[in-house]
Design a protein around this ligand. Structure first.
Ligand SMILES: [Zn+2]
Length: 71
């Protein structure tokens, strides 16, 4: 039987410095650091909120396609 424990709601926060929104998307850290240089060196992916994601998309237009793929 599956355990039905009450989990703490895990809401990840946007990892952009100073942002307190809930993270809804994850993007490549390398790409993100091109837009937000403050991110510094990171590996893997970074979780960001919708607003920052929008900005990110604007700055990286070539990534547009991804949204259509059901991100
Ligand atoms: Zn954010």
């Amino acid at each position: 039987m599956p355990e039905m424990k009450h989990k703490l709601e895990e809401k990840e926060k946007c990892q952009i410095e100073g942002c307190k929104n809930t993270a809804e998307r994850s993007v490549s850290a390398a790409k993100l650091s091109k837009v937000y240089s403050k991110m510094g060196e990171r590996k893997g992916s970074v979780r960001i909120c919708r607003e920052h994601y929008r900005k990110f998309k604007k700055e990286t237009k070539e990534e547009r396609e991804l949204e259509r793929l059901g991100w």
